[in-house]
Design a protein around this ligand. Sequence first.
Ligand SMILES: Cc1cc2nc3c(=O)[nH]c(=O)nc-3n(C[C@H](O)[C@H](O)[C@H](O)COP(=O)(O)OP(=O)(O)OC[C@H]3O[C@@H](n4cnc5c(N)ncnc54)[C@H](O)[C@@H]3O)c2cc1C
Length: 479
Amino acid sequence: MDTGVLVVGAGPTGLTLTNELRVAGVPAVLVDKLPRRSELSRAGGVQSRTLTALDQRGLLEPLLATGNYPTSAGHFAGIGFSPANTAHRLPWRSVPQVEIEGFFERHLAAHGVHVRRDHELTGLGQDTDGVTATFANGAVVRARYLVAADGAHSVVRSLLGAGFPGRPGTSTVIAADVRLSGAGEPMSHTWTDDGYWVALYPLGTDARGRPLRRLVLGGPDAPARDVPVTEDEIRGGLKEVFGSAVELLELRYGRRITNAARQAERYRHGRVFLAGDAAHVHLPLGAQGMNTGMQDALNLGWKLGAAVHGWAPAGLLDTYHAERHPVGAAVLRNVQAQSLLMDWAGTRDPDVVATRELFVALAELPEVQRHLGDLLSGMAIRYEMPGIEAHPSIGRPAPDLRLGEVRLHELLRPGRGVLLDPDDAFAEVAGRRPDRVDRAGVGAATEPLLVRPDGYVCWAGDPDELEPALARWFGEPRG
Ligand SMILES: Cc1cc2nc3c(=O)[nH]c(=O)nc-3n(C[C@H](O)[C@H](O)[C@H](O)COP(=O)(O)OP(=O)(O)OC[C@H]3O[C@@H](n4cnc5c(N)ncnc54)[C@H](O)[C@@H]3O)c2cc1C
């Protein structure tokens, strides 16, 4: 074998995964077909759950130190929330995807892991021992496992013949990063009766402190996806919607996006795993694409680490699909609801208009804002796992408990499991897997919890269930 895991694609998913493998001490190779990192403007924000995961690796503070990234309470279909109703310890942050990618690439390089660029995967085979990948430049890499983080048009997915059912794109709109004059509210949606519409979202500021916006512009007879976006076209659309009240000052970047919505039937194909946009595509609403991909990677990384190190219990790798496929499906559903409420097609159908009116009124309720805020923060994710009926914490992200001088999330930084053992009752049980689970007995005012390396609680409550849970997630002790 050349390496433990071959990661194809150095977008946010592949970079996050490679870092998880590095933390797990697993040899990994990260390849990308592009000669250099993309500078395209894409996702604009990081959810609370992803920020929490970055904190659990000690990366949050260094990332936030690289720029001025405002917090936001978020929105659903452009209907904003009040920060008071969506309080998470780490609120949503407006960090552009290019900054995330640059940060991870520099962080990996500082640890001696470099993206192999100009490596376009063109061929793939697998056998009982591993995977063989071939590249357009003639390179061949043999690995125990391969992760396809190669984006929405995944070549790996095509080579596998993997099912990718869903809805094809039925229309396009323009997504552009712009500076505008006269636009008023930082977040707004405006429609005309003849099928034009504009949605505006804040995008921070440019280097001179001038406000930038993400503009989404829809209209009748929209061109196909690959037709370049022009300034005149944007000016024309703005005029249709706002008359002369809003003017385009600068177009920094623009392209067309479609409302295609698809999800891979299976995330695992033998030794090959699909993650990120290679596994799910949908309209870019609320930075869910990038965050879902990064969280796929966090779920998969430590499991692949366990497999390469040889202690993965039977079925551990299959829990990746079991846990992440429902999360991806739920994202697709909430995006469908958002696109309806946004009247994506610009129909001005009275039924849609009435539904949005009602929804806007409902979204004034703090309970509704909390529910939607949890949905879009990633904090409401609960993985189906043994014991979830027995204890409300099982399957959920672990709280960031203070344990004397340290926080629980800091204890997760080495990438091992953590057993919180406030009464020192489980020292012997925990000590059976010292390479995989750390025990924290430090005066915690908490009940005992077992937390996986990805920050999810996998045991709490019944002491008799602790050893089975350790065996299920961390394998048998070494003889
Ligand atoms: C214009 C635009 C705007 C967007 N806006 C938002 C937004 O506002 N909010 C949001 O949530 N999401 C948005 N997205 C989506 C978001 O960017 C994606 O969800 C995110 O990039 C997915 O990350 P990924 O790592 O899975 O895939 P990608 O970021 O697509 O990375 C895949 C990588 O694989 C490489 N690759 C592809 N094929 C091969 C191959 N054969 N061999 C080797 N390497 C290969 C590519 O070069 C690329 O670097 C937007 C996307 C676009 C295009």
